[in-house]
Ligand binder design. Sequence first.
Ligand SMILES: Nc1ncnc2c1ncn2[C@@H]1O[C@H](COP(=O)(O)OP(=O)(O)OP(=O)(O)O)[C@@H](O)[C@H]1O
Ligand SMILES: [Mg+2]
Length: 237
Amino acid sequence: MNGTESRIRTHVKGLDERIGGGIPAGFTVLICGPSGSLKSSLAFNILYHSSKDQGLGGLYLSVEQSKESLLGQASSLGLSMENVDTLNVVDLAKLRRESRKSEEENLIVTLQDLLAKYNEEFDLQLLAIDSLDALYALSTLKNPRNEIFRFFEALRDLKLTSFLVSEMPREGGSFGKYGVEEFLSDGIIHLRLREVEVGRTTSVRRFIGIAKMRGTKHELDYYPLLVDKSGFEVLVE
Ligand SMILES: Nc1ncnc2c1ncn2[C@@H]1O[C@H](COP(=O)(O)OP(=O)(O)OP(=O)(O)O)[C@@H](O)[C@H]1O
Ligand SMILES: [Mg+2]
């Protein structure tokens, strides 16, 4: 793949054409939003279709949710793992088995070695880490800015296109827990939940916006995001 020109499609109908065909390969991208905003599902959707439709190697590291729970959610969205050969899903239980047990748990450090190993083993192009917050909770961060900087550098050295899931409150808040993540990342996909009044009912709708994408012309609008068994789609006027 030509790293300077090729783009990784989000496989969200209506979105890729609005960001120049997709996300530039090699980028580190935050997927941010509150609980239930489809962060995990979107990250999974990108790796899933990149594998199934294009044969790109992917590693989905689920630090928070068990593999079983993640694949259950994916399957309810029509993303079944049958005939998907180049997508690897690893959860915390497996990570723990494979990391050096004698060390005090500091996942942000041990993960860097493990990722290098997985990268060789699986011939990866795409990586998802779900979530940064869970990774931090299992790490000893004496100087968070420094350690997060090193972690992003390590991801960049792997030359993968990485999607980092980051939890945000429903209203406001920064895109990452320590505030540095948004500056260190190359792109930010922001998922929002907004209340709308529909007659006498208050309904919550999902929106997606590209808050940042280096080297890419994009709008700053937030589009309604729909998902069902036929896939992800943005509604554009
Ligand atoms: N088959 C389905 N069709 C449409 N939406 C679904 C389906 N299955 C689950 N959902 C929605 O997906 C939501 C969960 O999505 P997901 O786990 O990707 O969110 P998240 O942002 O990762 O949340 P968290 O921060 O809790 O991990 C559910 O709350 C539900 O509304
Ligand atoms: Mg999630």
